[in-house]
Design a protein around this ligand. Structure first.
Ligand code: G4P
Length: 527
């Protein structure tokens, strides 16, 4: 049944849809589990994912796949907390890091950046951050593992500001670290939260107007407390104001300290996050206009397609972010790319450990459509007469490349069919060498190649030969400036899916050499 516009507005205003951006091992899984615990979705920690996935050898991807029954359901986790409906979109980060990870960030309204307090900003965090920055979405930061020796908090703040170019606003400040991690000075809630309160029912000490707690030396560690007060004084002097408009635009990030493993600080984080995280926002169309989440007609776009690796169940799931209106089971929509009608009857919504058949979902939610090959990444679907075409998803520059060919030259047809379909799913990108038209695949993570090879054989009966080309820097060049003589052994000249030329440089040295040799040639990086 259709809901009224008032009910739609109420439902949409409750949605909070976000992803966690982090480098492997920073604690994303641990935090996710804590959040699900608060949401009452799981009863014990350690149930979200097969643990130790960081230890998988690259060739062990089959094992990852065997766990995919779990990982599909953990692709999107939904729970209710404090009157809000929260959707956490998973961003695979270990060997399964891929373009899907990037594209997932196109489907969220805000991001949570988790940083290991001992390591600071790491490469994967930086890459994912850049996409959030490009989208101008709010980013909330949780600095984790303060129960271990960590870097100085000021040093971490500086690093975030300098390497990421975003202003920080510490919502709280740690009192000690490692074994002496006594708690946090919570500026925002005007209290001190203790890791080991004398009375477990009294974990908070209120802060007076003078910014101090009442009584003589109420904090166990005098030195730690003094350091905290000094730190607070320094950040107060720096004068950064908490600025909601800046947060909304992604120009300021509220920062929290804690320890996910000991479940310290995660709840405060969640509750504060929910106060400031945005409800679903309008989504841009190709023509520059935006679709409002409360528009009465349904619309959404496909941001990820996940194939089932089990040959017995060769279905795929297309993940759709709903951008406006309400989804109703069995509804007819139009697929914008083809203009053809489609009925959405076989749909799933994602709960942490069960795949429940969804009846309705609204803007901000994610639905999974069982797909037999109708959808492509970036497809828009909509109801009503007015066509909706969402902005194209950006292409992310792969860093690893292989040359690929069919082992059996008599089987070119299935080889081409397989490549075309798998490239459509977007896990790998296809290039061709400029002159010989050899196929070259590019991916963000090595695992994608192995999955590709396996699926070519299993689904398309096409055995492929892959010749690794290693890691390369891809740089596009204007066709007018291109001279095929520019290609050398250190910079392969290839064309992308649109036929646009680019060089794959061996390394930074090769790129610099090229720039010196052709100073007038403009080389561009895509994301
Ligand atoms: P990820 O999803 O970001 O990759 O990280 P994950 O949560 O799996 O955490 C990576 C490792 O860091 C895990 O240890 C986890 O227990 C630990 N960890 C997470 N949060 C904290 C924290 O606040 N403090 C400390 N000290 N450790 C933390 P592991 O040994 O790799 O896994 P496990 O065998 O303990 O499960």
């Amino acid at each position: 049944m259709m809901i009224t516009s008032k009910e739609l507005a109420q439902a949409v205003s409750k949605r909070r849809t976000f992803a966690i951006i982090s480098h492997p091992d920073a604690g994303k899984t641990t935090i996710t589990e804590q959040l699900l615990l608060f949401g009452g979705v799981v009863r014990e920690a350690g149930t979200v994912k097969g643990r130790g996935s960081s230890n998988f050898a690259k060739s062990d991807w089959m094992e990852i796949e065997q766990k995919r029954g779990i990982s599909v359901t953990s692709s999107v986790m939904q729970f209710d907390y404090d009157g809000k409906r929260i959707n956490i979109l998973d961003t695979p980060g270990h060997e399964d890091f891929s373009e899907d990870t990037y594209r997932t960030l196109m489907a969220v309204d805000s991001a949570v950046m988790v940083i290991d307090g001992a390591k600071g900003i790491e490469p994967q965090t930086r890459k994912l951050f850049q996409i959030c920055k490009m989208r101008g979405i709010p980013i909330f930061t949780f600095i984790n593992k303060f129960d271990r020796d960590a870097r100085e908090p000021l040093d971490l703040m500086n690093e975030i500001e300098e390497t990421l170019g975003i202003e920080t606003y510490p919502m709280d400040w740690p009192i000690g670290m490692g074994r002496q991690f006594l708690g946090v000075y919570d500026r925002f809630n005007k209290r001190v939260a203790l890791t080991h309160p004398a009375d477990p029912d009294q974990p908070y000490l209120p802060l007076g107007d003078d910014g101090m707690v009442a009584g003589d030396n109420p904090i166990a560690g005098e030195g730690e407390w003094q350091d905290t007060l000094d730190g607070i004084e320094l950040i107060e002097m720096a004068g950064t104001e908490f600025d909601e408009a800046k947060i909304a635009a992604g120009d300021q990030t509220p920062v929290f300290f804690g320890s996910a493993l000991t479940n310290f600080g995660v709840k405060t984080f969640l509750e504060t996050y929910l106060k400031f995280a945005p409800a679903p926002s309008p989504h841009k169309q190709d023509d520059g206009t935006a679709v409002e989440p409360l528009a009465p007609e349904f619309s959404g776009f496909v941001f990820k397609i996940q194939a089932n690796m089990n040959p017995k169940h060769r279905d795929r799931i297309a993940f759709v972010r709903i951008c406006s209106g309400e989804f109703i089971r069995g509804m007819d929509v139009t697929l914008e790319r083809t203009g053809k009608p489609l009925r959405l009857s076989n749909v799933t919504e994602f709960m942490a450990n069960t795949r429940e058949n969804v009846e309705t979902a609204v803007a901000g939610d994610i639905i999974g459509l069982y797909d037999t090959g109708n959808f492509q990444i970036g497809d828009s679907i909509y109801t009503g007469k007015q066509a909706v075409k969402f902005e194209k998803l950006p292409q992310f520059t792969p860093e690893l490349f292989v040359r690929v060919s069919a082992k059996n030259v008599m089987k070119q047809k299935s080889f081409h069919k397989g490549i075309t379909q798998l490239v459509q799913e977007g896990a790998v990108q296809l290039y061709q060498s400029y002159t010989t038209n050899d196929y070259i695949l590019g991916a963000v993570g090595q695992l994608q190649f192995e999955v590709f090879k396996f699926r070519m054989q299993n689904e398309y009966n096409s055995e492929v030969i892959m010749e690794p080309l290693g890691s390369k820097t891809a740089r596009w060049i204007d066709l007018e400036q291109l001279d095929p003589k520019m290609a050398s052994s250190r910079n392969m000249l290839v064309k992308d899916r649109n036929g646009d030329p680019l060089f794959l440089f061996e390394n930074q040295f090769a790129e610099n050499w090229f720039k010196q040799k052709y100073p007038d040639v403009k080389l561009t990086a895509k994301l």
